[in-house]
Design a protein around this ligand. Structure first.
Ligand code: HEM
Length: 418
């Protein structure tokens, strides 16, 4: 362990944490979203952000856009990129490299600009086309039925631990080709690494994260090596057959686990929480489980799992009412964008019949548009349908714990009963 690195990181962490809390108390709406009571009811702050002149200059030093129109413009305009001119992390002070506090895990092409982004996205794109995703449906149905049958037998369960987390992990393990024997470790490390994605809060957390990343990379590296000699019909064998660079291939496989795992489990948790809290939508879904696709879209609009993404220009670019200087970080707030009254009437109401529900930015847009969108929709539709069919009177019971993350809006625990 590098002590000097730790001391420097520790000092910066203390500043970031103290600064964040102080800014939240002094009224910065972006950071306030992290703290109670705002984290439980973000709608007023989201409205405040949307109604401010755009882009809004947060006291944390970044610009923020929160209307649907400007969020869409930001993610689609190809002059806005995901690395600074020196190749650094967005908002990071590390020149020309990844900042371990802001970007604790290397995220393959999600964190790359063209041409590397284009090359790596193409390498795996074929596994996520609509036709390919249709072929995963029997697997998703089998898994969702098994998990919801088990949960229904118990009657009272944790939606996340018992249904929403194991489903996407098993699906992505199958697509990648992780053997059953390794699936438990794969899920544990994925969870440990996923927990650190929004940034770490302590040096201990950073060390735990480093260790989990190393183990996950080890498992994927062994598998890649094995598949070079003994190929199967899975994504890792494809990377081996294409003779992909080992480090690049490992990062890519890790990205697929991380991007597809807690996002999807958060979608399921947010859907169940929002629909059972409002009651009427859950009753509607239970009466007609075929409406699970509507439930998925309305949840993505109402409570998108990924609440923001960020970009920076390499030249001065006009956005809304400001000229954005090179290397300035601009955050697109996807949560507030989904509640924009310019697009959605009565935006703070969860409404399965809403005609505009599909017009959300939960999967972002432009060249980084979520590669797994069709798969996430399939998993969401199948799992919510299976739950509603078996548990028409599903409701929350005390003990829910919200995840305290600005990036991922979700729960750590969501106890429910039938
Ligand atoms: C409800 C579930 C999901 C949500 C809300 C979601 C959301 C997102 C968002 C917002 C981005 C773009 C970030 C940006 O513009 O900077 C993204 C990118 C990505 N997602 Fe998803 N995602 C979900 C599920 C999945 C699944 C199931 C997979 C695959 C197994 C996946 C794989 C990816 C990948 C590989 C990227 C990077 C795309 C690129 O940079 O070109 N996602 N996702």
């Amino acid at each position: 362990m590098d002590l000097r690195r730790d001391v420097a990181l520790g000092a910066r962490l203390a500043v970031v944490r103290a600064g964040g809390f102080a800014l939240a108390l002094s009224g910065d709406p972006v950071l306030r979203l992290l703290y109670r009571p705002w984290i439980d009811d973000p709608a007023p702050l989201q409205r405040q952000l949307r109604e401010a002149a755009q882009p809004y200059a947060s006291r944390s030093g970044v610009l923020v856009v929160a209307t649907a129109a400007l969020c869409r413009e930001l993610v689609r305009d190809r002059r806005f990129l995901v690395r600074t001119r020196s190749g650094g992390s967005l908002g990071g002070s590390v020149e020309g490299g990844r900042d371990p506090l802001l970007e604790p895990v290397e995220l393959s092409f999600l964190g790359m600009d063209p041409p590397d982004h284009t090359r790596l996205r193409r390498l795996v794109g074929g596994f996520f086309t609509p036709a390919r995703v249709d072929a995963y449906e029997p697997l998703v149905v089998r898994l969702a039925e098994r998990l919801t049958d088990d949960a229904a037998r118990r009657g009272r369960f944790d939606l996340l631990a018992d249904v929403a987390t194991p489903l996407p992990v098993a699906v992505i393990a199958e697509i990648l080709g992780v053997p059953d024997a390794d699936a438990g470790a794969f899920a544990r490390w994925g969870q440990a690494v996923g927990a650190g994605l929004g940034g770490v809060r302590s040096l201990r957390a950073l060390h735990r994260l480093d260790a989990a990343v190393a183990e996950l990379r080890g498992l994927l590296g062994d598998l890649l090596e094995r598949r070079r000699h003994d190929p199967a019909d899975d994504l890792i064998s494809h990377l081996a057959a294409e003779d992909a660079d080992a480090q690049e291939a490992i990062s890519l496989a890790a990205l697929l686990l991380l991007a597809g795992f807690e996002t999807t489990s958060s979608l399921l948790a947010n859907a169940v929480a929002a629909m059972t809290d409002a009651r009427e939508p859950w009753a509607q879904l239970a009466a007609d489980p075929a409406r699970a696709g509507d439930a998925v879209e309305e949840t993505l609009r109402f409570e998108p799992p990924i609440q923001f993404t960020a970009r920076t220009p390499h030249e001065t670019v006009r956005l809304g009412e400001r000229d954005v200087a090179p290397d300035t970080v601009v955050m697109a707030m996807l949560g507030p964008a989904g509640r924009d009254p310019e697009v959605h009437a009565d935006p703070d109401v969860f409404d399965l019949d809403r005609p505009t529900k599909g017009e959300h930015l939960a999967f972002s847009g432009g060249i980084h548009y979520c590669l797994g969108a069709a798969l996430a929709r399939l998993e969401g539709r199948v799992a919510l349908g299976a739950l509603a069919e078996r548990m028409p009177t599903l409701h929350r019971v005390p003990g829910a714990v919200r995840r305290r993350s600005l990036l991922l809006r979700s729960y750590l625990r969501l106890p429910v009963a039938m």
